[in-house]
Design a protein around this ligand. Structure first.
Ligand code: ADP
Length: 487
């Protein structure tokens, strides 16, 4: 263990709007829950602050976490109102978390459909309460690690807040971009609502086309920027991939790095996964066949030997539905079956439903969020489809590899860091570059050739299962980054 600052290892507080096992909307939840635990395993005093959204405290108790309520609350003033959050210290499963309870702010849904002065308040409160947290916990972090736009107000507050921005606090901040497409735009006038000084409303600060951009504020004010794969780190420095912040990110490139997300391989393990009807391992794949059978049953199908392509994820533009849906008819013509799990943009949901109605024996759509069904789909599929337009890292392809389900993905962001075309070094799946239905279909056609040869198919599936995409690879890189910030 490398010691810094007079023999101490860094004390790091992660702050995230979602974190497993307490809450999860997407990959950020997986990462924010599992990374602090992985860092603790490697000797860093890493803790997590996340909201106690409705049901979270009950869930933590049900899961056997030990919970204690701290006597002091964490406070922040937003729009002339003092918000006080109860802080619950919660330990278990290798994690030390602070759950912030404020029922009037942290309700049922994590992210609002639209950002307004009201709907942004939970995220402002989470960020400012994190800065007040040491007075409740008596534990003061050296580094605060923020995740995505919902915690972007925190580094900005350390620079421009009327109280925190002049407190002489030497705390360092790391800001991780999980998805640059969501930046958090507010009116410039609303900055004063949460104590941000006027000087932040300039182009060198948070100003962005006449609005206040929370993400931009974090990028310019934090000490280090990371993103969730080396591939995405390259893409966001460009005009095309920078979502309007490419030029700024390029000018900040000295503090930008890409660290591949890891998979919580204790949770995502087909050997032990309690949500599977039968478990399996690289030594014995018979459970995988049983999972396929069960998955087919969910669609009302019998196994007739056809390849089963699955997809689990948000039905949004980012995930490539605008090329997947137009390809469905041809995929059915190629004798494939498709099992889609997810929900999102209405136009994609409707198009998926109408394909399912047209091809009831070949296309099945489950609309909604369903953790057990997602596990069954990862286990029961032959192939996993992920034709993303852009993909910061992507966890789904990592899960599918671990479950022996061969990924067919577009070569974007973290997908090109983790999936390699069969026949090239490390080949574990199928890739395509162009963003068209034809490019996708060509990759599927290559996959179908391999599917017809059972031995090659099994070897490919085993290669994915035997690869290591856990935090073992990436947690040490974060540790190194923290240590470099404290030198
Ligand atoms: P993103 O964070 O962009 O949504 P990722 O691939 O990084 O995509 O992570 C998505 C996570 O959310 C995975 O753990 C995936 O299994 C899960 N997930 C997405 N949609 C669903 C759903 N409809 N039901 C269950 N789990 C889902």
């Amino acid at each position: 263990m490398t010691a810094v600052q007079g023999g101490r290892t860094p004390k790091v507080l992660h702050v995230s709007p979602e974190a497993v096992p307490f809450s999860k909307v997407g990959g950020l939840g997986d990462v924010a829950g599992s990374l602090p635990a992985a860092l603790r395993d490697s000797g860093t005093d890493c803790r997590l602050l996340t909201p106690a959204w409705e049901g979270v405290l009950d869930r933590a108790r049900e899961l056997g976490f030990s919970l204690s309520r701290l006597s002091r609350k964490a406070e922040a003033v937003i729009r002339w109102k003092i918000h006080r959050g109860t802080v619950w210290k919660c330990s278990g499963e290798g994690l030390v978390a602070y759950l912030l309870e404020e029922p009037s702010l942290f309700g049922k849904t994590v992210y609002p459909r639209e950002l307004t002065p009201d709907s942004v308040t939970p995220f402002l409160f989470l960020s400012l309460a994190a800065l007040d947290l040491p007075s409740a916990t008596l534990w003061k972090p050296d580094i605060i690690h923020c995740h995505d736009w919902g915690t972007a107000p925190l580094p900005a507050a350390l620079k421009w807040h009327i109280h925190f921005g002049s407190s002489g606090d030497v705390c360092k901040t790391v800001f991780t971009i999980h998805n640059l497409a969501h930046q958090g735009l507010l009116s410039l006038e609303s900055l004063g609502d949460w104590g941000i000084r006027n000087e932040a409303a300039r182009v060198e600060g948070m100003e962005y086309f006449g609005m206040a951009n929370l993400m931009k504020g974090a990028l310019v004010s934090c000490d280090a920027i990371t993103t969730v794969s080396p591939g995405y780190a390259e893409e966001i420095l460009t005009e095309e991939g920078g979502e309007g912040l490419g030029g700024l990110l390029k000018s900040l490139s000295g503090k930008v790095s890409g660290i591949l997300n890891g998979l919580d391989d204790r949770y995502w393990d087909p050997r032990t996964d309690p949500l599977l009807p039968e478990r399996y391992s690289p030594d014995n794949l018979s459970g995988k066949t049983a999972c396929k059978k069960k998955l087919l049953e969910r669609a009302g199908w019998k196994d007739d030997g056809r390849p089963l392509l699955v997809s689990v994820g948000r039905m949004v533009e980012q995930k490539g539905f605008s090329i997947l849906l137009p390809a469905l008819e041809e995929l059915v013509g190629m004798n494939c079956r498709l099992f889609l799990v997810g929900s999102g943009q209405t136009e994609y949901e409707e198009a998926a439903d109408s394909a399912a109605a047209r091809f009831p024996g070949s296309v099945f759509v489950f609309r909604g969020y369903d953790e057990p069904l997602a596990h069954l789909a990862y286990a029961g599929g032959d192939f996993f489809l992920m034709p993303s337009r852009f993909e910061p890292c992507g966890l789904s392809q990592l899960i599918s590899l671990r479950y022996g389900t061969v990924p067919i993905v577009r070569a974007a962001g973290g997908l090109r860091d983790t999936v390699f075309e069969l026949g090239t070094p490390g080949g574990n799946g199928f890739l395509f570059s162009g963003y068209t239905p034809e490019d996708l279909l060509e990759a599927v056609a290559r996959a179908m050739e391999v599917f017809r040869d059972k031995d090659s198919m099994q070897l490919l599936s085993l290669r994915g299962m035997n690869a290591d995409f856990s935090w073992n690879r990436s947690a040490p890189l974060y540790k190194k980054l923290y240590e470099s910030l404290l030198l």
